[in-house]
Design a protein around this ligand. Structure first.
Ligand code: GS8
Length: 218
């Protein structure tokens, strides 16, 4: 079986989520570039890997999968013995359910708000586009409500799912990393537990490694 392949571009947020997990377990992998400029993500070869025509797609031998959180879980399960922080807590029903819950919050509530802000206020200007300010402003308002929920949770536990780091925390990395490079980063100052959680999280080597292939934020 050859080396695992991540089809995509490492600086894109959903791809970075997968790279963080591969780095957490120290897996051998290869990032196979998909060139958006020439529409490579809409070619039959890529659509066979990700029928949504999005990145990432992932290949491990005969297994071909898409959706970054699914790929992340696959990697953490496959390399369970190298997953030293036990980022899914699958041997504990309550803890793994809390991980699922906060991963769902990230996917269905946090990301739909923070991703468009980060994309429009940071990524688009980086690649020569112009962000949609109205979209940014609408989502900044919504972000306050979700950050209040996070502040309440992180006042009770060190990490989102409990007093243990998990995929639920790491999954917030890509969109938050770019958010912190937008002019709106100081919004987090109003939520001291969230701010402290984030500052602790970004010290993880897996995140630093993934960040090295992302857009520079300074
Ligand atoms: C989202 C994939 C996605 O939007 C996942 O894998 O988590 N829920 C999916 N990918 C983006 C780049 S991520 O920043 C993408 O492929 N965009 C290209 C396009 O929209 O044509």
């Amino acid at each position: 079986m050859g080396v695992m392949k991540v089809y995509g571009v490492a600086r894109y947020m959903s791809v970075a989520r997968v790279i963080v997990c591969l780095e957490e377990v120290g897996a051998d992998y290869q990032v196979v570039p998909v060139d958006f400029a020439v529409g490579e993500h809409k070619t039959p070869a890529h659509l066979a890997r990700n029928p949504l025509g999005l990145i990432p797609a992932f290949e491990d031998g005969d297994l071909v999968i898409f959706e970054s959180r699914t790929i992340s879980k696959y990697v953490l399960r496959k390399y369970k013995s190298s997953n030293t922080d036990d980022l899914l807590r699958e041997n504990n029903l309550t803890e793994s359910t809390m991980v699922d819950q906060w991963l769902d919050v990230e996917a269905h509530h946090y990301d739909p708000i923070v991703f468009p802000i980060s994309y429009n206020a940071f990524v688009l200007p980086k690649i020569g586009g112009i962000g949609d300010q109205k979209l940014i402003d609408t989502n900044l308002e919504k972000l306050k409500t979700i950050l209040e929920v996070y502040e309440a949770q992180l006042s009770k536990t060190k990490y989102l799912a409990g007093d243990f780091v998990s995929l639920a925390d790491l999954s917030h990395f890509p969109a938050t990393y770019y958010f912190m490079a937008t002019p709106y980063a100081n919004l987090f100052d109003n939520y001291p537990h969230v701010k402290a959680w984030w500052e602790n999280l970004v010290t993880r080597p897996s995140l630093k490694k993934a960040a090295a292939s992302m857009f520079p934020v300074a």
